[in-house]
Ligand binder design. Structure first.
Ligand SMILES: Cc1cc2nc3c(=O)[nH]c(=O)nc-3n(C[C@H](O)[C@H](O)[C@H](O)COP(=O)(O)OP(=O)(O)OC[C@H]3O[C@@H](n4cnc5c(N)ncnc54)[C@H](O)[C@@H]3O)c2cc1C
Ligand code: FES
Length: 355
């Protein structure tokens, strides 16, 4: 048990710098950036397949934070790699595609995110792994796929949706993997230009031999909604359906809804890695600030309420969110909150971070 006196909120970001070691033009509008992690930072950049990095760049006088998932897998790739697809009118994605060069140093937040498999899950052959990637959503899914093929015999289905053939990122690598793991991996391409947008009937058809699986979905909003709702309607368990939403945060000058910083919380109980810590939250502190001030290494990345790295559940009492661009109504209903945006409400609040 840890006890902590109230202290003033402190900035908690731990920003690091990595140098771009290579650039790969994947398609006309997507590019991979590779980073060589120096020995001194190796430990900070240990990551799980499916996790992302946060990047901070200053463009047009604004400091913008964006997350990009690793398309590399820690168990098969020596370099750390992110893949960025240009968004029309998007600032950072176009800057990454047009301006960043080999040798540049970028400000990076350490790996974060829950859209991942651990090594044991990856090797678990009892459940099929069913991956749905749409457009740039292939990046974390590709990392998961490579990790699963590397770690065990588990059957893997990838359903990969794109506008047209020219927009398919990692097409050649996927072809090679499908050939090398013909018994284990099935790749199904869905092209808007040929089949139209993926609909519920197609999803049902695609998963008919892949039921009772572990599902990972990442892509455009309507694509994700279609897949998720169809799987739920088929009776698949919510806890086996993992989603990652690719969103940008609001610009730094735009304030979130006003927050009443007074708190009546006297005791914050935080369950982390199976241990419960007792914390006295400081006035106005977010849940994340209280945890960090108490020396707890809880997960976080953007600190702006859009990446989901700091997701945890409120097991007792309540937390009031200042901003939320990531949690769905169902997740809020199930008790999830964002530690970086939540402030405790009620004299005693208990949080649990996923293991
Ligand atoms: C966890 C996570 C992982 C991600 N991983 C990846 C990944 O691996 N690969 C990838 O490509 N992306 C990924 N993303 C998405 C990425 O972080 C960015 O959201 C994306 O690149 C767009 O950023 P941008 O700065 O280019 O666009 P922004 O500048 O944020 O613009 C986004 C959209 O808003 C419009 N817009 C911009 N400014 C304004 C304005 N002032 N008023 C109105 N509209 C405006 C733009 O035209 C554009 O359509 C991820 C996101 C998250 C949260
Ligand atoms: S750290 Fe990104 S949502 Fe909290």
């Amino acid at each position: 048990m840890n006890a902590q006196a109230a202290v003033a909120p402190a900035p908690v970001t731990s920003m690091l710098r990595l140098q771009v070691s290579a650039v790969i033009d994947e398609t006309a509008d997507a590019r991979s950036l590779l980073f060589e992690v120096p020995e001194a930072l190796r430990e900070r950049f240990i990551y799980q397949p499916g996790q992302f990095l946060g990047f901070r760049v200053t463009l047009g006088g604004k400091r913008l934070t964006r997350c990009y998932s690793m398309s590399s897998s820690p168990w098969t790739d020596t370099h750390l790699k992110v893949t960025v697809k240009r968004v029309e009118g998007g600032r950072v994605s176009n800057w990454m595609n047009q301006q960043v060069q080999v040798g540049d140093w970028l400000e990076v937040l350490p790996p974060a995110g829950h859209f991942c498999l651990d090594q044991q899950q990856a090797a678990d052959s009892r459940r099929p792994l069913v991956l749905f990637g749409g457009g740039s959503g292939i990046t974390p899914v590709f990392s998961l796929l490579k990790a699963a093929l590397h770690s065990g015999e588990r059957p893997v289905l990838l359903v990969y949706a794109n506008r047209d053939e020219a927009s398919v990122i990692f097409r050649d690598e996927l072809r090679q993997l499908a050939r090398a793991h013909a018994e284990q991996l099935q790749v199904v391409h869905v092209l808007d230009s040929v089949q139209g947008f993926l609909d519920a009937t197609q999803v049902r058809q695609l998963v008919r031999h892949w039921r009772d699986g572990e599902y990972f979905i990442c892509g455009p909003g309507p694509f994700m909604d279609t897949v998720e709702s169809t799987l739920l309607a088929l009776g698949e368990a919510r806890e086996r359906i993992h989603v990652e939403r690719f969103v940008s945060p609001p610009d730094p000058h735009s304030e979130g809804p006003p927050v009443d910083v007074e708190t009546d919380c006297e005791l914050l109980l935080v369950e982390l890695d199976g241990v419960t810590h007792e914390i006295v939250p400081g006035p106005g502190q977010t849940l994340l600030q209280s945890c960090r001030a108490a020396g707890l290494e809880v997960p976080f990345s953007c600190e702006e309420g859009f990446c989901g790295a700091c997701m945890c559940t409120v097991e007792e009492g309540q937390a009031k969110l200042a901003r939320n661009d990531v949690l769905s109504a169902a997740e809020l209903e199930a008790g999830w909150t964002l530690a970086c945006q939540g402030r405790p409400e009620g004299s005693r609040v208990r949080l649990k971070f996923p293991g």
